[in-house]
Design a protein around this ligand. Structure first.
Ligand code: MSP
Length: 475
C-alpha cells in the first residue's frame, strides 16, 4: 500500500490559535483525508513548539508552572482541532523529554560527527517576537520586518552549523525537483535566496536565555537553538533517535511539509541542509501557503482584525469553516477572510447550493421511493485525486461544487416533481438517478466536509429527508 506522510508546522503555544493557524492545519487535514480516501496509508503529524524563550517569558509573567501552563495550552489546541475535525495521527510537543528530545540530541550528534558544528562568537540582531536572529539586510528601516520593532543586539559564544557548505547541493535538489516546492513562485524565491548564498547559522543559545531548552550534548551551559529542536519534530515524532523507530522506517521521507510563506527559509534551506549533513533523506515536497488577511491586511492583534475560528464555528458550524478554507482561499496565494465574505459564501454555497439541493432530492426520494436506490460500491475519482496531488485544494472544492451546480440544473430541467405525477415510473427513475448522483457528491465531500459526508450518506441510505436544513440560512 502506498504511504503518505504529511506534517503541519508546530505552533507556538503562546496565544490562542487564530484563523491563520487554523488554516494551515485544516488545509493539511483536507489533503490528508484525500489521500486516505484514495486508499493510501496516511500519517498526519501536528504539534507544538514549546522550548522557547518567548513562552517562558509569558509563563513567568503569569507566575505559573511551565509544564502545567504548556499542557493547558496544548489542550486548547487539541480542543480546537477536535471541533474542526482535524484527523491528526500524532500531536508532538517539543518539551516531551521522552519522545522528542532523543531525536534532537541524535540529530545534533550526527551533525557534529559530520564536522558541521563549531564554536564561535556570535553577534546578532535578535527579535524576541520571531525568536529569530536577523542580519542587517533582513531589516526594514532597522526594524524586524514582521514585528516592526528594533531587534536586540546580542553577543555571545555559540555553536554554529555549517549551513554555507550545503547551498549548492540544496539548490540542485530544488531545481531538479528532488525536493519540490509548491508553488513555482516560492520555488523561485528560495532559489534566488540560495543564489545569494547561505551563511553559517547559530545553532545554540546560552542556557540562561532559554532555560527550558534541550541541553547541547557535552556542554551543559548551552541549549540547542530552534533549528535542531523544532525542525527535528518531523522525525523525532516517528521515533528517530529512539528504539521504537518503526514509523520512521515506514514514513520517512515525508511526502509533504505544509508551511506558511514566513517559514520558507527554515524549511527549504536549513532543514534540508541538516538532513544532508546527517545523511538522512530529504522530504519530497513542501507546500508553501500564503497568509490569511482580513480586509486586505495581515491578521494581527494590533490591527484588531484577528478572526477567532471558535467564533465562526459557534455561529456557522465547523463544516462552514472547512468549506471556506478549502474553496475560498487559494493555497498558493494570500487569501482574504472577512465576516461578510464568510457569510456570503456560506449562504450561497452551503445554505443554498449544497444544503438546498440535498433537501430537495431527499424530500422527493422519501416521498416517492420505497427505499434508497442501488448505490455503486465504489466509483472512479481519479480525476479528483489528481487535483489534490497538484495541491490545488480550492480547485478540488470547485470540482465538487460544479457537480452540485450541475445536479441542481438537472432537477430544473427534468422537473421530477411534475413528471412523477404524470408518469410515476419515469418520475421515480429520474429521482433514483438524482439520489445516486447526490451520493456520489457526498462521497466526494469526504476530505472537505467530513461530517456532511457521513450525515448525507446516512440520510440517503435511510431514504430520509433532513428534519432541519443541513445549513440554515443566516441573515
Ligand atoms: N513554531 C514555528 C514553526 C516551526 S515548524 C518546525 C512557527 N510557529 S507559529 O505558531 O508562529 O506559526 C505556525 C504557522 O502558522 C506558520 O506556518 C505560519 O505561516 C502560520 N500562520 C500564522 N499566521 C498566519 C496567517 N495569518 N495566515 C496563514 N498562516 C499563518 O512559526
Amino acid at each position: 500500500m502506498k504511504s503518505f506522510y504529511i506534517t503541519t508546522p508546530i505552533f507556538y503555544p503562546n496565544a490562542k490559535l487564530h484563523m491563520g493557524h487554523a488554516y494551515t492545519t485544516t488545509l493539511c487535514d483536507i489533503i490528508a483525508r484525500s489521500h486516505r480516501l484514495n486508499g493510501e496509508d496516511t500519517y498526519f503529524l501536528t504539534g507544538s513548539d514549546e522550548n522557547t524563550g518567548k513562552i517562558l517569558k509569558t509563563v513567568e509573567e503569569n507566575g505559573q508552572d511551565v509544564s502545567e501552563y504548556l499542557a493547558g495550552l496544548r489542550e486548547n489546541f487539541k480542543d480546537l482541532y477536535k471541533r474542526l475535525d482535524i484527523s491528526y495521527d500524532q500531536f508532538i510537543f517539543t518539551s516531551d523529554k521522552e519522545n522528542h528530545w532523543p531525536g534532537a540530541i541524535a540529530m545534533w550528534n550526527k551533525l557534529q560527527e559530520a564536522g558541521d558544528i563549531y564554536k564561535s562568537k556570535y553577534e546578532g540582531l535578535y527579535c524576541t517576537g520571531c525568536e529569530t536572529f536577523y542580519t542587517e539586510k533582513d531589516l526594514v528601516d532597522n526594524k524586524c520586518p514582521v514585528h516592526q520593532t528594533v531587534p536586540e543586539k546580542i553577543e555571545e559564544e555559540n555553536y554554529f552549523f555549517r549551513l554555507s557548505k550545503y547551498t549548492s547541493v540544496i539548490k540542485d535538489k530544488i531545481t531538479n525537483n528532488e525536493l519540490r516546492i509548491f508553488p513555482e513562485t516560492r520555488k523561485n524565491e528560495i532559489l534566488a535566496l540560495l543564489d545569494r548564498g547561505l551563511e553559517d547559522i547559530s545553532f545554540s543559545r546560552p542556557k540562561k536565555s532559554v532555560p527550558h531548552g534541550i541541553p547541547v550534548p557535552g556542554d551543559s551551559d548551552q541549549v540547542i537553538y530552534v533549528w535542531c529542536d523544532a525542525l527535528v519534530n518531523y522525525i523525532s515524532a516517528l521515533g528517530f533517535g529512539r528504539k521504537e523507530d518503526n514509523l520512521f522506517n515506514k514514513f520517512w521521507p515525508a511526502d509533504l511539509h505544509v508551511i506558511g510563506k514566513d517559514i520558507l527559509r527554515f524549511h527549504a534551506a536549513i532543514w534540508p541542509a541538516m538532513l544532508l549533513s546527517a545523511g538522512i533523506d530529504l522530504p519530497k515536497s513542501i507546500l508553501v501557503h500564503g497568509l490569511i488577511t482580513s480586509g486586505g491586511q495581515k491578521m494581527s492583534k494590533t490591527l484588531g482584525n484577528v478572526i477567532d475560528p471558535d467564533m465562526l464555528i459557534e455561529e456557522y458550524g465547523s463544516e462552514a469553516v472547512r468549506y471556506y478554507i478549502a474553496r475560498h482561499i487559494t493555497p498558493f496565494e494570500d487569501g482574504d477572510l472577512t465576516l461578510e465574505s464568510f457569510k456570503d459564501a456560506y449562504n450561497a454555497n452551503l445554505a443554498n447550493g449544497l444544503g438546498n439541493l440535498s433537501s430537495r432530492i431527499l424530500t422527493l426520494s422519501q416521498k416517492y421511493l420505497d427505499k434508497c436506490p442501488e448505490i455503486p460500491e465504489s466509483e472512479d475519482f481519479s480525476e479528483y485525486f489528481k487535483i489534490y496531488e497538484r495541491l490545488e485544494v480550492n480547485k478540488a472544492a470547485d470540482y465538487v461544487w460544479e457537480k452540485i451546480g450541475a445536479l441542481d440544473k438537472m432537477i430544473q430541467e427534468t422537473e421530477p416533481f411534475k413528471v412523477v405525477k404524470i408518469d410515476e415510473k419515469k418520475g421515480k427513475e429520474i429521482i433514483s438517478d438524482l439520489v445516486v448522483r447526490l451520493y456520489s457528491i457526498a462521497r466526494l465531500l469526504n476530505p472537505i466536509l467530513p461530517k456532511t459526508n457521513i450525515i448525507l450518506k446516512k440520510l440517503i441510505k435511510e431514504n430520509k429527508a433532513p428534519e432541519a436544513p443541513l445549513f440554515a440560512r443566516k441573515d
